[in-house]
Design a protein around this ligand. Sequence first.
Ligand code: CP
Length: 257
Amino acid sequence: MIFAKSSTRTRVSFEVGAYQLGGRALFLSSKDIQIGRGEPISDTARVLSRYVDGIMIRTFDHAEVEELARFATVPVINGLTDLTHPCQVLADVFTIKEHLGGWDGKRVAWVGDGNNMANAWLEAATVLGFELRLACPEGFEPNHAKFEAAKNSGCVMVTEVPEEAVEGAHVVNTDVWASMGQEGEAEARRNAFKGYTVDSDLMRLADPKAIFLHCLPAHRGEEVTADVIDGPQSRVWDEAENRLHVQKALLATLMGS
Ligand code: CP
């Protein structure tokens, strides 16, 4: 497990998941291995492939994961890049299945930054075909190519109006306004995202049985109010738990005998 960014859920769920399946995971901070001193990713991929049965990487530039996958001869798992966070959205759709019985006919609302999680939701909608409505301020829209791909295979829309996205939604979800690496933009982003807080007034527009999801960590009082994330519609702790089950499924699928 190579980490160029911080992690609680991804690190611990992969590490515990590997252990529970009878395997072992190594935590490698990119600062402590030679990648941090400029060793090419292609060389790292070829060397690690001689030692391990799979590589999980969390990094900034998505191209680094693609480079690693191109040169590795073992499975490579994207543990989050600036472009997308597939392990998280797998846990999220699993949580929808667990609590709502599935995603057919479901409307999912995304409120806030068109970040890697918004892009991951677009990827999930492309594959699974549920309705996805994203409310993002101007200038913070999701990745254009991922949006076009999702639009071609399902019912996807982007609006600047949170109420339009949440109206009748079965799932309402959001993420922090400043992701890892954007800490210097936090103040500017707080201004840009005014009006995009998921609060109880916004939740009242959703389906009465709607659930609230957040990949965590959360900033209460910014993208979500405490009464929503800690309230009866929140499923964030099940969502976090599901990272473990989904990680184990990924490991078993990619590396199981
Ligand atoms: N949601 C998520 O990926 O959490 P961590 O950053 O703690 O791994």
